[in-house]
Design a protein around this ligand. Sequence first.
Ligand code: HEM
Length: 242
Amino acid sequence: MSALVEALTNSRIWRSIFRHGWPDNPLDRSLVMTSNIFLHLHPVKVNRKSLKWTYSFGLGVLSVLLFLVLSVTGVLLMFYYAPAVEHAYTDIVELQTQIPFGQLLRNLHRWGAHLMVIVVVLHMARVFYTGAYKPPREFNWIMGVSLLLLTFGASFTGYLLPWDQLAFWAITVGTSVASYAPGLGDQMRQLMIGGPEIGQEALTRFYALHIMVIPALIALITSVHIWRVRKDGGLAANDSEE
Ligand code: HEM
C-alpha cells in the first residue's frame, strides 16, 4: 500500500497538480493547507472550538454568500431595468408580470437584501460576544464597521430604484433627516440627491452608487477582511489554550 502511495505521489501527474507529498506527516499536512487556494483561507492548525458551527454560526460566510446572490440577481435585474424616472416604475411592473421568473428574480434580490442586513448585524453581534474584536483584530473590526455601513448604504440606495410611492417618500424622509445634521446637513442632502428635490438626478446618483460604487467597495473590503482573519491566525477561538 505504502509503495503504491509513494509511486502515486512521485508520479509526474500528481506533482504537476499537488506540490506536496501524501499528508501523513506534519510538514506535508501544512503544505496541503498552504498550497491550496481554498484551504489557505484557514490557518495550518485550527482549534477544535472554532470548528464547532455554533461558535460563529457561519454568519460571516453567510454574509459573503448573500452578497454573491445579490450580485448575480442584481446583474439580471439590470437587463430589464433602466434608471429613468419616466419608466423605472413600469420596468419593475413589467418585470414582475411579463418576464418569466421576473417576480422570483425581484423577490430573491429584495429578500436577499433584507436578509443580508439581518445576517451582517448578527455576525457583528457574534464577533462582539466572542470578544473577537480584541487585539490583534481591532483593524478587522473597523473593516467590519465599514462593511456594515456599506450594507446599509446598499439597502438605502436600492430602495429608491423601483420609483414607487413607498420608495419616493422613504427617500424623501431619509434624505431630509440628513439635512438636519449640524453644519453641513443641507450640503449633504444636496450631494445625495443632486438638487433641491428628489428627481432624475437623485435616481441617477442612487443607481450609480447602488450598482457600482457600493458593491465594488464591499467586494474589495470583504477580500481584505477575510485575508485579515487568516493573517490574525483564523477565528479568535484559535487564540485560546484549550
Ligand atoms: C458585508 C459584511 C461582512 C462580511 C461579508 C464579513 C465576512 C466575514 C467572514 C467570512 C469572516 C470569517 C468567518 C466567520 O466569522 O463567519 C469574518 C470574521 C470577522 N468579522 Fe466579518 N464580515 C462582515 C461584516 C462585519 C462586521 C459588521 C463586523 C464588526 C463590526 C465584522 C467583524 C469581524 C471580525 C472581528 C472577524 C474575526 C472574527 C474572529 O476572529 O472570530 N465583520 N467576517
